[in-house]
Design a protein around this ligand. Sequence first.
Ligand SMILES: N[C@@H](CCC(=O)N[C@@H](CS)C(=O)NCC(=O)O)C(=O)O
Length: 138
Amino acid sequence: MPVLVDGEAVVYESAIINEYLEEKYPAVPLMPEDPFKRSRARIWIDYCNTRVQRAGGNIAHDYQVEKSKEELSQYLETLDREMRDREYIAGDYSLADITYIPFFCRLERYQAKIGNDLPHVRAWMDRLLSRPVVRGTP
Ligand SMILES: N[C@@H](CCC(=O)N[C@@H](CS)C(=O)NCC(=O)O)C(=O)O
């Protein structure tokens, strides 16, 4: 369970931790300024956490594996359609992209493959994983 302890502040839930850090350190903005674009970023953050990571977590924890694999492949197909004409999922690089990085780093754990059948997700994943800060994270 991800928990951030920042002095007296104890923050949990990964999406809430990310927003806490975004608000605390505004010098590097990682959410769009425009309210509609912010809502798109939040939609894809929610999609990752309530669908992609939920299905992946089920698979990793040996719960409803076949059903979850089927769901996960549908979610990835949806993402592939979304990413067809995009470099990042919600405009510029944002917390929405960052939310998917742990999933892409742990594909084996989720018994998932991002192959040639998902070319747009694959290109997006490669783009994210090749960022220096991601490559430098153990
Ligand atoms: N919604 C929580 C999820 C916390 C969490 O890490 N859940 C575990 C189960 S305790 C999980 O299934 N993670 C996926 C995995 O095991 O790879 C968050 O985003 O902070």
